[in-house]
Design a protein around this ligand. Structure first.
Ligand code: NAD
Ligand code: TDX
Length: 339
């Protein structure tokens, strides 16, 4: 079986490629990634020499490139991680988010139709449901919660989800969608909350907490997300949405204080800064459906996952220091200019 993984040089996509290579070594993995600022090809170095792995640099919104790749590889499954993923950047420049996240999804699905792909899986987010109030802890997002977005990022992801469901209904494309809560773990790009706070605390720099830090996120260790996507794309019902989350709600301030404690750094590093415009208050996922239908349960709770993650950033300083210095962007040239 050939699995086309788009966005595989990013955080979750790279973890997914490693997960699949280990659990399903018989499958061929093809990674299509444009290597934007968020893509780091050096992350995939351990896979590069494997016979049943292929990396292709290309844009999911470029129909010529996508068509050629589908003609060559005839994938059985397409799983789309490729996206502009950072909410703060979507507030600065919404246009790029609409192009990649919506038109890119359409381009991939048109190719899936043309080449008769057996399953198109869209990696989506709990942010499509908007947010929950802090004073109603019993509320959680289910698959029936109405779409209600706050940022250009979440609006672009919700638009893509609607398009995916429309392609199923109108064209009979065999699709599935998963909507996951906040991920954390190895290879998380250091502009997102957890890796940003780890790298800045290690350098004794101030830690910018938006607003009063009371906003709550529902954290899932990335390997648990990978296992869930694998279950949905292989065994999930066509045309269905599955929520993914592990009941690990923490306020941003709690997360930052946990990191400071683990690194032996003082809380005086915390600096409260101007809030993110439209900042969602709380996310919380009800994962009953994926548990009942596919037997998925997370294996890592927040306390052990954050300890593992902090240790990974301590053990892999070169990976994120190269990103902070910008050097990682030379890696493609180095690897490919004579290839
Ligand atoms: P990321 O920003 O770390 O990685 C995105 C990857 O996509 C990068 O490798 C980038 O080069 C690639 N890419 C961007 N535009 C592209 C294009 N036009 N063509 C081809 N490749 C392109 O993102 P992530 O955090 O790994 O998220 C992956 C997916 O999971 C996204 O769709 C995101 O919406 C979703 N998601 C993320 C989280 C989270 O907590 N990070 C939670 C739920 C869902
Ligand atoms: O410097 C910061 N200070 C801060 O207080 C940053 C970068 C973030 N925050 C807050 C904002 C959020 O409440 O921390 C929380 C987490 O922020 P991000 O890491 O930017 O993630 P979030 O906005 O929650 O979105 C993430 O989860 C859902 C991913 O980036 C999305 O791609 C995914 O869909």
């Amino acid at each position: 079986m050939t699995i086309l993984v788009t966005g595989g040089a990013g955080f979750i996509g790279s973890n997914f490629l490693f997960w699949e290579a280990e659990k399903n070594p018989q499958d061929r993995l093809v990674c299509l990634d444009a290597l934007t600022y968020a893509g780091n090809l050096s992350t995939l170095a351990p896979l590069m020499e494997k016979e049943n792995f292929r990396f292709v640099k290309g844009d999911i919104a470029d129909s010529k490139c996508v068509d050629q790749l589908f003609a060559e590889e005839k994938p059985d499954i397409v799983v789309n991680f490729a996206a502009e993923s950072h909410v703060d950047r979507s507030i600065e420049d919404p246009g790029l988010f609409l192009r990649t996240n919506i038109l890119g999804t359409q381009t991939l699905m048109d190719a899936c139709r043309k080449y008769g792909v057996g399953r198109y899986h869209q990696v989506s987010t709990d942010e499509v449901y908007g947010d929950l109030p802090l004073d109603r802890p019993e509320l959680m997002f289910t698959e029936e919660t109405p779409i209600h977005t706050s940022s250009p990022y979440s609006a672009s992801k919700a638009s893509a989800d609607l398009l995916v469901l429309a392609y199923h209904r109108t064209f009979g494309l065999p699709v599935s969608i998963s909507r996951c809560s906040n991920n954390y773990g190895p290879y998380h790009f250091p502009e997102k909350l957890i890796p940003l706070m780890i790298s800045r605390a290690l350098a004794d720099e101030s830690l910018p907490v938006y607003g009063d830090g009371a906003n709550i996120r529902d954290w899932l260790y990335v390997a648990d997300h990978c296992a869930a996507i694998d279950a949905v794309m292989r065994r999930g019902r066509v045309g269905e949405v599955y929520n993914i989350g592990g009941h690990n709600e923490r306020s941003n301030l709690e997360v930052v204080k946990t990191i400071l404690r683990a690194l032996g750094k003082p809380e005086t590093l915390i600096r409260f800064v101007k809030d993110r415009p439209g900042h969602d208050m709380r996310y919380a996922i009800d994962p009953t459906k994926i548990h009942d239908e596919l037997g998925w349960l997370p294996e890592t709770d927040f306390d052990s996952g954050i300890a593992k993650t902090i240790q990974w950033y301590l053990d892999n300083r070169a990976w994120w220091e190269e990103i902070l210095s910008g050097d990682y962007q030379n890696y493609y040239k180095k690897m490919y200019e004579n290839r």
